[in-house]
Design a protein around this ligand. Structure first.
Ligand code: F0G
Length: 448
């Protein structure tokens, strides 16, 4: 059969609340036109993030009951360690309360002022944690990624020629590690090919530079490799993931994405000396190395999630359902970052709303209207978030895992197409008030 279905049935449901347009107009005005300031109960479909918002499975809930809450040597930790090692092959597995905690520990140990850390595109917490050590975070996306409309596979690849040039100009001694983010969240959720990971491995190995993977969405990336990269069609997602990790020296991981957990993360390395330094820092700020700031039950939920996410039926459904939303809006005239990524659809609001100048935040305007029209929450990834450094004015619709059904996605498509029909009525916004940093969380706006 052709139809790809949700490979699960629903045992426990959580009501979502319908509101009227008049109510939403009032609520969003009271929130200063900033969707981060809304109460979640006033949202019908919440696509703010795919992080920590997954639905856990019956097996994950059952595993939580098995959680061993011992301070030291918890069985939950050993179950997690075994699962992580079965997938990644890394020697040391260091749990942390979420991805950015793993990043902070890694960069504190490896970076110092004057250093440079390349990546295809750093996620904002990754960049911030690198810069906090005084080092510089450099994005090296492949040049084709600049064209949102170009439909080629593996647009998340790192520009390896640019990496060679960077090593040449900075000197390998100033590059404590190189990274690649799979999938490339800030680059549209686009995947990275195994050929590219291999090329990064070859270059970094030649220069003696450690190579780490930001692995939050490793399973979604593995599915794209199986689907689109020559030679992997018959491979299991697990074998592809193993091959990806075998090319790296370590990884950071936010379990809030592909591990279907509501909290958690870890850091892996093959380097004994680094692991010791990292565990010492972990004890100082996160907790003992067998729990790392998490409850034992969280470790068990992650261990089970890591197994479930590699199920081919799940991954096929996941990637197909994201593409479904993307194709249905893009093929009817809404410009998205092409091709659709794994966890989210990014609307190119700058292109969709050319009558709203960048300085009047077209993606913010679209986010507000999508909420007012249909109760959908999305997130601006453009000039509000990045100021003058924004490359595009994007609106991200991040799709929580196993949470929404096909009819929710059909409703979303209809809502976007209806807003698109009257896009000329949308107006820009000015900032009424902003904090000194990370303004997108708390800034308030004024409609123009
Ligand atoms: N790396 C990537 C690629 C991410 O997408 C995120 C989080 C992190 C690291 C940090 O992980 O949140 O567990 O500390 N991304 C979320 C998002 C917040 O909405 O894209 P964390």
């Amino acid at each position: 059969m052709k139809t790809i279905i949700e490979p699960f049935r629903i045992k426990s449901v959580e009501p979502i609340r319908q509101t009227t347009r008049a109510e939403r107009e009032r609520l969003v005005a009271a929130a200063g036109y900033n969707l981060f300031q809304l109460h979640a109960s006033d949202i019908l479909i919440d696509l703010l993030t795919d992080s920590g918002t997954s639905a856990m499975s019956t097996e994950q809930w059952a595993a939580m009951m098995r959680g061993d809450e011992s301070y030291a040597g918890s069985e939950s930790f050993y179950r997690l360690k075994q699962r992580v090692q079965a997938i990644t092959g890394f020697k040391h597995v260091i749990p942390a309360h979420q991805g950015r905690a793993a990043e902070r520990i890694l960069f504190t140990v490896m970076c110092k002022p004057g250093c440079v850390v390349p990546n295809n595109t750093h996620f904002d917490t990754t960049r911030a944690n690198i810069e906090f050590t005084g080092a510089r975070a450099v994005d090296l996306p492949r040049p084709e990624a600049a064209d949102t409309q170009l439909r080629i596979p593996f647009k998340g690849d790192l520009d390896v020629a640019a990496l060679e040039r960077l090593i040449e100009s900075e000197g390998a001694g100033r590059i404590p590690l190189a990274m690649v983010t799979v999938t490339n969240n800030s680059g549209g959720g686009q995947p990275v090919s195994l050929a590219n990971i291999q090329a990064i491995r070859d270059i970094t190995a030649r220069h003696g530079i450690p190579f780490y993977i930001d692995a939050c969405r490793f399973a979604e990336n593995a599915w794209f490799i199986r689907q689109d990269e020559a030679g992997y069609a018959g491979w299991s997602p697990l074998d592809i993931a193993r091959k990806m990790f075998s090319l790296a020296d370590g990884c950071t991981f936010s379990a809030k994405k592909d591990a279907f957990a509501n909290i958690g993360g870890f850091l892996c390395t093959n380097d004994d000396r680094l692991a010791e330094l990292e565990q010492n820092l972990l004890i100082l700020t996160e907790g003992f190395p067998t729990y790392g700031g998490l409850a034992g039950r969280d470790l068990d939920a992650i261990a089970v999630g890591l197994e479930e996410v590699l199920d081919p039926d799940y991954l096929q459904y996941r990637i197909a359902s994201t593409a479904y939303v993307g194709r249905h809006i893009a093929d009817r005239g809404v410009p998205i970052v092409e091709p659709p990524g794994g966890h989210a659809i990014y609307i190119d609001a700058g292109r969709m709303l050319p009558h709203i100048p960048r300085g009047e935040f077209p993606a913010q305007s679209l986010a507000v209207e999508l909420y007012r029209h249909a109760g959908v929450r999305s997130v601006e990834i453009g000039s509000v978030m990045f100021g003058a450094n924004a490359r595009h004015e994007l609106l991200r619709l991040a799709i929580p895992r196993r949470v929404y059904t096909q009819s929710h996605m059909d409703y979303l498509v209809e809502a976007i197409l209806e807003v698109n029909e009257r896009k000329h009525e949308l107006r820009g916004y000015a900032i009424a008030h902003e904090p000194p940093f990370l303004r997108h969380f708390t800034a308030t706006f004024r409609p123009l």
